[in-house]
Design a protein around this ligand. Structure first.
Ligand SMILES: C=C(O[C@H]1C=CC=C(C(=O)O)[C@@H]1O)C(=O)O
Length: 389
């Protein structure tokens, strides 16, 4: 199967996940599981997939599909439900690149309006409040996000945005997932929450950021600055420790590198740590691991519950599926889940794109605002809006 073809075949409402190793396109609904209780959802999905598995091969192609795809929201305690689908058809192929590099760039109409939510000044003042509250509430880190509301006079071309994201991003996780209410979550995340293949477990948390630059000298200097930034190292260490701590009880072996590495997307430099482990109990599925890990301090903070509380107080919106997780699980329990960042929630003629950043005691409001602006560039480029480069 040609991976670039799958990307071209993607239609609004389908599920597309294009990674460094594979391209997955799921269409139609064989079974839909929507639940605000993540444990209940995980159990239901596991039961459905195992039932299908035990039934053995059937004459019906649809009944043979033993994979579920979907999204978990940022806040499991909110009214936003997790949604998983066992599709009617499932096609997979190898990685989208290099073939997708030859895909034609698709036109996205110019928006009729773009509005910052909250305003840039309000975001900076929320960051300043967060810095103060870290000490008051004994938090090590909190992640604050802002949004851009984008209006169009015609339907949002999700297909074009997804296609351009695949074309632009040679690495990472490009996704487009159907949401309740005919909406779609579309984006290109650099960050793997967790994958499980047999007993092999991998998580690749990212935190600590600097923008890329078209000037090679500035670009290299930004990378060096990130690697030696004490503030970013703290932001990253808090994350890695939390991910390792959550995975450890599930694993008979866990390797956590001492030092983060530089990771690059076309628009951002990040610090990343690739954590690998061996699963102790083969009954623990990728979806179960994703639900256990989520929300990590890459998108929420530490300790989790007080960080989430501060996020609810300081952000003027419900994050919905931004900073959730998007991926798949199969009847063997294997799967792959990306952190849903650098993304937009698209409606009929409107989309909301999000970007956030980790706040630690040394954070500066202006720098945090600039970091979120740089993160918006991933989607802005795919929409032809860009950019500073
Ligand atoms: C929360 C986001 O990014 C996370 C992932 C990488 C680096 C991050 C940072 O440096 O703050 C964030 O933790 C986002 O893009 O909205």
């Amino acid at each position: 199967m040609d991976a670039a073809r799958l990307v071209e075949d993607f239609r609004h409402g389908d599920f597309l996940l294009a990674t460094d190793t594979s391209t997955l396109l799921a269409s139609g609904i064989g079974a839909e599981i929507v639940d605000t209780d993540e444990d209940a959802l995980t159990d239901r999905v596991t039961r459905i997939l195992r039932d299908r598995d035990h039934r053995g091969p059937s004459t019906d192609d649809e009944a043979d599909i033993r994979t579920a795809v979907g999204v978990l929201p940022f806040d499991a305690a909110s009214s936003t439900p997790a949604r998983m689908v066992v599709p009617a058809t499932l096609r997979s192929a190898g990685p989208p690149h290099p073939g997708a590099g030859r895909l034609e760039r698709l036109d996205v109409p110019t928006p009729s309006a773009i509005r910052a939510v909250p305003s840039e000044d309000a975001h900076m003042s929320a960051v300043a409040t967060a810095v103060t509250e870290l000490a008051v509430r004994d938090l090590r880190k909190v992640v604050l996000a802002r949004a851009l509301d984008v209006e169009f006079t015609e339907p949002v071309p999700t297909e074009a945005i997804a296609g351009n994201l695949v074309r632009d991003n040679r690495h990472g996780y490009v996704f487009a997932a159907g949401l309740p209410g005919e909406r779609v979550l579309v984006g290109a995340s650099p960050e793997l929450l967790v994958s499980r293949h047999g007993r092999q477990v991998v998580s690749h948390p990212h935190a600590g950021s600097m923008p890329r630059s078209a000037d090679p000298e500035v670009d290299a200097a930004n990378a060096r600055r990130l690697l030696s930034s004490k503030k970013d190292r703290v932001e990253h260490a808090v994350l890695t420790e939390a991910v390792a701590e959550t995975l450890r009880p599930f694993c008979s072996r866990l390797d956590v590198p001492d030092e983060p590495r530089l990771e690059r997307t076309p628009t951002m430099w990040h610090l990343g740590t690739r954590i690998t482990g061996e699963l102790a109990d083969p009954d623990v599925t990728a979806l179960r691991l994703a639900a256990a890990l989520h929300p990590t301090p890459a998108i929420c903070g530490t300790p989790t519950s007080s960080a989430r509380e501060l996020v609810r107080e300081l952000e003027p919106f419900d994050r919905g599926y931004y900073a959730g997780t998007v991926g798949w699980v199969n009847a063997d329990g294997d799967g792959e889940w990306a952190v849903s960042i650098r993304c937009a929630d698209t409606g009929a003629k409107h989309l909301r794109m999000y970007a956030g950043g980790g706040i630690v005691p040394d954070s500066d409001p202006r720098a945090e605002l600039d970091e979120t602006s740089a993160k918006f560039a991933t989607l802005a480029r795919a929409m032809g809006l860009d950019t500073s480069e």
